[in-house]
Write a protein that binds this ligand. Structure first.
Ligand SMILES: *Cc1c(COP(=O)(O)O)cnc(C)c1O
Length: 223
């Protein structure tokens, strides 16, 4: 049987995760893998869908609508995750196509999402993105604002499941993963979205529950 390279990559990653979890002696720990398919085409994604993988990630609303509207009809178990910066004026479309939004980071967006979700009676789970590195150019709320922001989201009846971070480039991600785990426990949320191709094994040490892996599964992106 001929295995597609994305499928063998995914299996290898799953094995590495299993080994690391054994090494850490953690039972009942079963993090999910989001296959980040941004910039890749339907035909690159189909082998993983047919293999039965369910969680996929994109970072642009328009691209996700084009690629996934049809695919989601055919593959009913798919959960699509929005990972990129979400503009408020795209909230309506985001709610149509995404099952999870990992990049909730301001109240204006929270309000708009709440409106659209209640209008359409959709279920969308959300992560609050936190800017742990204090980087001006990066999205995310300040760590000190988390409790207040979370409260505001709850009063809008948003289904907040966890927190998310993208650590600064060229720094050891571990201290950021540690910070996110701490913050997540402080507000008693159950899910943590952290860890990418280069650091997903480190993220396991800090109980990430959603690993976002693109390059490691699909290969290098050309744009
Ligand atoms: C692209 C992207 C990823 C995947 O990155 P890789 O290094 O290719 O695994 C993860 N998270 C976010 C937010 C992304 O934009």
């Amino acid at each position: 049987m001929n295995m597609h390279h994305t499928e063998s990559n995914l299996i290898e990653i799953k094995n590495k995760i299993k080994d690391k979890i054994n090494l850490l002696s953690l039972d009942q720990y079963n993090p999910k893998i989001i296959a980040v398919s941004k910039t890749f085409k339907k035909q690159d994604i189909l082998p993983l869908l047919n293999y039965g993988h369910c969680d996929f990630g994109e970072n642009k609303v328009q691209e996700a609508l084009l690629k996934w509207s049809e695919l989601k009809h055919k593959y009913k178990n798919v959960k699509l995750h929005m990972l990129g910066k979400l503009q408020t004026n795209k909230a309506k479309f985001a709610v149509e196509v995404f099952d999870f939004i990992h990049s909730l980071d301001n109240l204006k967006l929270a309000n708009k999402l709440a409106n659209e979700i209640h209008k359409k009676d959709k279920k969308v789970k959300m992560f609050i993105q936190i800017n742990l590195g204090g980087e001006k150019q990066k999205s995310g709320i300040e760590p000190n604002d988390l409790e207040m922001f979370y409260k505001n989201c709850l009063s809008l009846k948003l289904d907040i499941v966890g927190t998310m971070c993208i650590p600064p480039d060229n720094q050891d991600p571990k201290s950021f993963f540690k910070d996110l785990l701490y913050l997540n426990e402080k507000v008693k949320l159950s899910e943590i979205s952290m860890g990418m191709t280069n650091d997903y094994l480190d993220a396991l040490e800090y109980r990430s529950t959603y690993l976002r892996i693109g390059t490691g599964i699909f290969g290098k992106r050309t744009n």
